[in-house]
Design a protein around this ligand. Structure first.
Ligand code: EPU
Length: 337
């Protein structure tokens, strides 16, 4: 279990950006993490690389999480508890739960990445966030040299945010998630609140969808709107949807009819970054080898041969265009390494 040196990471990030890890170790078993020599090094814990902007060579140790496993961990009157290793591919795991007859994650079909990465930014799509199905997360703490388990409440989940994103944790390689348990309620109801999914099911003539129908609808909508990273390198939504005060949203809407607004439980209003970017003229526009996708303006794409510096340039230009037109700041969703 000696790390390899000078490993090319281009194929380990879905934006296909070039960069080398000074040292690289694949982690297929949680016990590997306990080796004392790993604790002293600068580290980055890598999952599927689908939420990552590689800005160049990384001078430390990349731990590539490949811990396998998926099983029914328990059951009570109300729910199944399904556990998966951090290295499992997220989409494959979701489809497996469906074939096992344990639905509840179908709205999150086809999201790129791994099970271990899902809780970090609380992945969400089509009316569901993973926090709504998460039971607990087990991780290794390199500083304390101990495994720990946190339940859902302690994970402090919010929109694309969690305990794991706090200062000094994930980004600084302090913790490595090794597994997660999901709570899948036995009383299943189709979640078709999201307009795109309702429309897709209606178009297919499905009035009473089952879990597989919802999964198929989500997959169809995603394929239509979002580029496949294997074909057009990307990292999904590149910016967070900005959340502003109700007053600010009302003032913006007065000047910009058609502005999508999503009221939040705390009284603030979420705006659609994709809409703002499109209105600012960036949908389908490129700067050098990096642009914003023609079918979904929120997705930044590598048209071929881009570097992290090219990504930064396009990101800054898009942020400036949206700031000029709307006086709204866009913050990137991916981690920069
Ligand atoms: N819109 C435009 N132009 C565009 C894109 C979007 O006008 O180019 C408008 C849409 O018409 C709609 C609104 O913006 O009125 C919202 O668009 P959409 O429903 O496509 O969702 P989104 O807010 O752009 C979010 C998540 C996605 C998730 C989808 C579906 C964020 C940052 N993104 O996108 O998550 O798949 O909803 O639930 O919250 C990801 O995080 O990587 C991701 C793909």
């Amino acid at each position: 279990m000696t790390p390899q040196t000078g490993i090319d990471l281009t194929n380990c990030n879905t934006l296909a950006l070039p960069g080398r890890a000074a040292r690289y170790l694949k982690i297929a078993d949680p016990a590997q993490l306990t080796a004392p020599e790993l604790a002293g090094e600068r580290r980055f814990v890598l999952g599927g690389g689908s939420n990552l902007v590689l800005t160049g060579d990384f001078p430390g140790l990349v731990l590539h999480m490949a811990i396998p496993g998926r099983r029914l961990a328990g059951e009570d009157a109300d729910a199944w508890y399904v556990e998966a290793g951090a290295g499992e591919n997220w989409h494959d795991f979701v489809q497996w739960t469906l074939t096992q007859g344990r639905p509840g994650l179908e709205n999150l079909s086809l999201i790129p990445g791994t099970v271990g990465a899902a809780p970090i930014q609380n992945i969400g799509a089509y009316g569901l966030e993973v926090s709504e199905r998460l039971h607990s997360v087990t991780a290794w703490d390199f500083q304390k040299q101990a495994f720990f388990t946190v339940d859902r409440d302690a994970c402090r989940f919010a929109y694309r945010d969690s305990l794991f994103k706090q200062q000094g944790w994930h980004l600084d390689g302090r913790i490595a998630i090794v597994s997660a348990i999901f709570r899948l309620p036995k009383a299943w109801q189709a979640n078709c609140r999201y307009a795109d999914i309702a429309q897709e099911l209606a178009a297919q003539g499905i009035a009473e969808p089952g879990p597989a129908d919802v999964a198929a609808a989500v997959i169809a909508v995603r394929r239509r709107k979002l580029p496949d990273p294997a074909v057009v390198p990307n990292a999904g939504s590149f910016f967070h949807n900005p959340v502003v005060s109700a007053e600010r949203a009302a003032a913006l809407a007065a000047g910009h009819p058609g502005l999508p607004r999503y009221p939040q439980p705390d009284g603030r209003v979420k705006l659609a970054a994709g809409w703002l970017i499109e209105q600012a003229g960036w949908k389908g526009k490129d700067l050098g080898p990096v642009g914003m996708y023609e079918k979904q303006a929120l997705v930044l794409v590598n048209r071929g041969g881009a570097t992290g510096a090219d990504v930064r340039r396009t990101m800054a230009a898009v942020q400036a265009a949206v700031r000029d037109k709307f006086a709204v700041d866009l913050n990137p969703e991916p981690v920069f390494l």
